[in-house]
Write a protein that binds this ligand. Structure first.
Ligand SMILES: Nc1ncnc2c1ncn2[C@@H]1O[C@H](COP(=O)(O)OP(=O)(O)OP(=O)(O)O)[C@@H](O)[C@H]1O
Ligand SMILES: [Mg+2]
Length: 264
């Protein structure tokens, strides 16, 4: 199995806090990979290092065979790493279609000048991008909302717009930091189905940071458990759930919830 992401010996300190303390992990191509761990374990720090938003003190991150370590965020994005934001980051008055079109930016060749001059090539290119936006909207279940202002949609749908925008980047890897936080049960189910669909039909590797154990256990093909900035366990969701180190570190109070949520 080829590796989508390889993290080796990652260290990152904030003052005296060792947020990452020699973290090693791998994410296989085409899988949904869950990051679990208690509060402060280093999950979001790992995501921020992967995105180039934060520079590690030492260690390396690779995308396939490409070294990402030290690259600026726009270079990482250009290599095909997309993310959704933990907090909503949609332009408030833009339509759903235009919000998702923002995701096409890095794929746009014509540029603003040509668009401003209304060159035929630019118009053709915009039509092509809008057609792709429509396809992605259908995929995430927003086809009927394309002309609505994104900011006026219910919260769960706004999160789907974000996911759609990330998919419009045609990424190789998608990083989702708590994608179902704050959603209703119905929105959670729907988002989970979309994430599974992204893996199954688009073949994109997905890193899923999520406190909702039920969602992780249902969706993830593999899980890495972090504690104190290190990998303390990994494997399939079932293996991880019964790992004594995990139960000690984290699952203690949460296994009951997970069991409830996993029951259809
Ligand atoms: N910018 C920062 N400045 C100082 N300390 C930070 C910073 N970012 C993270 N930390 C610390 O690093 C540690 C790891 O934080 P991180 O946000 O990666 O945890 P997490 O696993 O995402 O936790 P949570 O589940 O609560 O989101 C914590 O002790 C946190 O307080
Ligand atoms: Mg976090």
């Amino acid at each position: 199995m080829t590796k989508a992401i390889t993290v080796a010996g990652l260290h990152k300190s904030f003052g005296r806090t060792h947020a990452l303390d020699g973290l090693d992990l791998t994410v296989d191509s085409g899988e949904v990979h869950g990051f679990l761990g208690p509060n402060g374990a280093g999950k979001s720090t790992t995501i921020r290092v992967l995105l180039g938003l934060l520079r590690a003190d030492s260690g390396s991150v690779r995308l396939g065979a490409t070294e990402l370590t030290g690259l600026a965020p726009h270079r990482v994005a250009a290599l095909g790493v997309a993310r959704t934001f933990q907090n909503l980051a949609l332009p408030p008055h833009a339509t759903v279609a235009d919000s998702m079109l923002l995701g096409r930016h890095r794929l746009t060749r014509a540029g603003f000048l040509a668009t401003g001059l209304r060159l035929p090539s630019a118009a053709r290119e915009e039509r092509r991008h809008r057609a792709r936006v429509r396809e992605v909207a259908e995929f995430v279940g927003l086809a009927d909302d394309l002309d609505r202002p994104a900011g006026a949609l219910p919260y769960g749908k706004q999160k789907l717009v974000e996911l759609g925008r990330a998919l419009c980047m045609e990424p190789r890897v998608l990083l989702l930091d708590e994608p179902v936080a704050g959603m209703t049960a119905d929105e959670r189910r729907r988002t989970a189905a979309v994430v599974a669909g992204v893996r199954d039909s688009l073949g994109i590797s997905i890193v899923l940071v999520e406190h909702d154990m039920g969602v992780v256990m249902r969706l993830a093909d593999a899980v890495t458990v972090l504690d104190f900035g290190r990998r303390i366990a990994g494997g399939t969701p079932a293996q991880v759930q019964s790992d004594p180190a995990v139960v000690r570190a984290y699952l203690g109070q949460e296994t009951d919830n997970a069991a409830e949520e996993a029951t259809p």
